[in-house]
Design a protein around this ligand. Sequence first.
Ligand code: BES
Ligand code: MN
Ligand code: ZN
Length: 505
Amino acid sequence: MEVVVAHSDVTEIEVDVLVVNLFEGVTNPGGATGAVDSALGGLISELISDGEITGSTNELTLIHTPNSVYPSFKPARVLVAGLGSRESFDTDGIRRVSASVIRKLRSARVKHAATIVHGIGIGSIEVVSGSQAMVEGALLGAYRFLKYRTTDKNRKADVATLTIVEGDSSKIATIKTGVERAIAYSQAEILARDLVNEPANKLSPADLATVAQKVAADNGLSCIVLEEADVTKLGMGAYVGVSQGGPRPLKFIHVTYEGDVARPENNLWLIGKGITFDSGGISIKPGAGMGKMKGDMGGGASVIGAIQAISQLKPKLNVHVVCAATDNMPGGSAQRPGDVVTAMNGMTIEIDNTDAEGRLTLADAIGYAKSKDAVRIVDVATLTGAARVALGDGVSPVFGNDDDLVDAVLETSEIVGESMWRMPLDSVTKRQNASKIADLKNTGGRGGGSTTAAHFIADFAGKTPWVHIDVAATSMLDSTRGWMPAGATGVPTRSLIELAMKFGR
Ligand code: BES
Ligand code: MN
Ligand code: ZN
């Protein structure tokens, strides 16, 4: 779908469908909707007084406005989108409406559509963020993963062009800025979704490294890929232990964006869990639902997506992306429960359960970041089933050792509409990771599963400001929700981009 911005009167734009809107309770529409209403001889107000259009959330009303009947009105049809209550409308509302509109247009086989930016007339929403949310909603809401569907030929094609129409010339430049940002943010999130949706037989650690190298090459970034021998030499025994049960070689991916060359210490390290398939290893998972573990590199996908957008938006900050990619398989050479491994920082870990592999790979990824003088670390991981138990699939639990960094992550996640909630790192739960024979064990027993996992990682972050986002429940959905489709959501890619933009302002 191509997105363009046009300075035009809404009644004069030649498209298949023009999208306008209505807040709940409005009987006499103003603004662009009012202009359309007047051009149509009061048709919209009539439908409102008839009770057919109410402006409630999710209400979409398609009105046919043929040229033979309305010669001075160019759009062939008008879609009135209900926005719900004016008081509670925000950029999430814009993304949500925009997503359902774009799917409605597709199902009506519309090729060329135009839309006003919902909500920027009411004052509480800035033009730039409103426009960004509009286009994100459309691009993310239209997303489908179709590459392996070869037989359903009657599938409806995507909308070809979406024109953002605005009559006030003073707003055009700002809208264009919002649209540009939306495209970078959305393409990054779509890349993350594509990687998560990709089956494990099509996406090995080596394939993930190839994608990272391509993102780097296309955007002027440097990319280092370390092999098993390299990471073994660096002492990453925790990471290597996870990979040794399967035949596909591990790939340790490090991509760098240099936005502040003069100050290497002005950095942000984004570390993504990169398990390309998590069978559980010797502590093998039950069969039901195991296929979802193709998405266990969702953290890695989101950091690779994020650095693509970051390189395009160019914040004044150095961003490092790390993904310790590997499968977790139960082969004859797999690590066993009871094994002890030594991480890069010298700490020993008793492997209590080989299915708690994510924290092992993160421990060494963090060890690497610290060895390169990371000053801020944010890790993203599909880490624990307990995340869903704690908060469901609408909110990602967040942990951290630094209030400012935690607040920055929460603030940016709120801006982009990716809900997160801070959880405590209490000293009682921490004791659950104690091992009888090593410094730590990789499971924390019953209770607080997301917290014990976070405590484990915290021990490797040490004093470096660090935040951990557990996206086990939010990275994939069972059914479509607003701008997030069933399957991979791409969460929290846009939060990470926003975070880099905040630090690099
Ligand atoms: N990748 C899983 C966590 C997960 C579960 C992600 C469900 C998405 C959906 C992780 O490696 C894992 O297996 N965690 C275990 C930890 C346990 C063995 C301590 C879990 O959550 O059960
Ligand atoms: Mn696991
Ligand atoms: Zn896992």
